[in-house]
Write a protein that binds this ligand. Structure first.
Ligand SMILES: Nc1nc2c(ncn2[C@@H]2O[C@H](COP(=O)(O)OP(=O)(O)OP(=O)(O)O)[C@@H](O)[C@H]2O)c(=O)[nH]1
Ligand SMILES: [Mg+2]
Ligand SMILES: [Zn+2]
Length: 349
């Protein structure tokens, strides 16, 4: 087998360069390289040059979900007819969140994050801003997909709200009007990896089935109102005929960001820019004279809700940091942060 066999699973020079000279010179090395497709309690499913394989995880890599995610590239040795995980290759990126107070890796080595929302009561701009911050935090291109447009009467309202998010890739569609899915072809290509995220019931698995002709389980139509039930129960990566790796995920009840600073800055770019124009460096943007944010809210150039969500995410980040680095360090951190924002020197953030 050769390394080019791995390319259709997303292998690239970035990973090849991590191999030692000795590893490259050994012919069997290529057969010990795998991409993770599913993670179970102490075993992972993966695909390599010789096909699919089950890999056993030694204790030092437990609990697996804190170290590894679908999409990761690993090396495994063949011992007693079993593959045993021996090394994790450094990922291009890895999306993480906090779940039950612990870090959790959601997926690794992605090119796009498809953020799915549906044109009904589920739709919340605030939730989308959170997902966008997640994409930006890990430097992955976000794509917003608005599903179920066939059963909505006020599509323009949804589109207008989406326009305010200032992102390039927004696709309204419905699996019941198949031509609306054509726009997604723009993201196809061999070796491209996409994770599909969004609340339960927005139609993630249905969309994947319709577009990639897969047969993932989806919610029965008559169960459409069932709340809190997840049809997809674990994250799974699979490869489509056109060479795209797609990761279906269970709906998220809440998305707590891992280290959202950079993501917040990009999602709320306009708020950050405005705050640099406030008269006082320590402006709290409440009622101070010369507050550029209050002026912008008053003249309608940004919405009150957008600003409030920015404050909320910042606050959340602050309490998260406090838990990990202590109150004093947090205070100092934010002192420096706002000083930098105000001096317009954001490069280091
Ligand atoms: N009318 C209409 N219904 C849709 C559309 N897409 C999905 N649905 C329905 O929405 C319901 C939920 O779809 P799923 O694909 O199971 O949702 P999911 O996001 O994968 O949900 P979880 O796996 O629980 O996270 C199903 O009954 C689908 O038939 C659409 O474009 N139009
Ligand atoms: Mg699903
Ligand atoms: Zn201000």
């Amino acid at each position: 087998m050769s390394y080019s066999t791995l390319q259709k699973w997303g292998w690239s020079n970035f990973f090849f360069q991590q191999l030692s000279f000795e590893e490259i010179s050994q012919e069997k090395t290529v057969d010990s390289i795998f991409r993770i497709t599913a993670i179970h309690r102490n075993r992972i499913e993966a695909i390599g040059a010789c096909g699919e394989s089950s890999i056993i995880c030694p204790a030092e890599f437990q609990p697996v979900s804190q170290y590894l995610a679908v999409g990761d590239w690993v090396m495994a040795e063949l011992t007693n007819e079993h593959h045993r995980l021996s090394r994790i290759l450094e990922p291009k990126n890895r999306i993480r969140r906090i779940s039950n107070g612990l870090p959790q890796v959601i997926a690794a080595n992605l090119d796009y994050l498809w953020i799915i929302t549906s044109a009904n009561d589920e739709f919340k701009v605030k939730r989308l801003e959170r997902y966008l911050a997640l994409a930006y935090e890990f430097d992955i291109t976000p794509v917003i997909i608005l599903t179920k447009t066939d059963v909505c009467e006020n599509l323009d309202d949804y589109l207008e709200q989406l326009n305010h998010l200032n992102i390039d890739n927004i696709h309204p569609l419905s699996v019941n009007t198949p031509h609306t899915l054509n726009a997604l072809s723009a993201y196809m290509g061999e070796g491209v990896s996409i994770a599909v995220l969004g609340s339960s019931g927005v139609g993630k698995s249905t969309l994947i089935n319709a577009f990639f002709h897969t047969e993932l389980p989806t919610r029965e139509i008559r169960e459409d109102d069932a709340r809190g039930k997840h049809t997809t129960t674990h994250r799974e990566l699979f490869f489509c005929d056109n060479g795209v790796a797609i990761i279906d995920t269970p709906g998220m009840r809440e998305l707590q960001l891992f280290d959202p600073e950079q993501g917040i800055e990009r999602t709320f770019h306009s708020v950050v820019e405005l705050s640099q124009q406030c008269r006082y460096a320590n402006c709290s943007h409440a009622a101070e004279p010369g507050c550029a944010i209050q002026t912008a809210i008053a003249d309608g150039s940004i919405s009150q809700a957008h600003f409030e969500n920015y404050c909320k995410l910042l606050k959340e980040e602050e309490s998260q940091k406090r838990r990990t680095i202590g109150a004093h360090a947090v205070k100092e951190h934010y002192r420096q942060y706002f000083k930098k924002i105000h001096s317009g020197n954001k490069d280091q953030w």
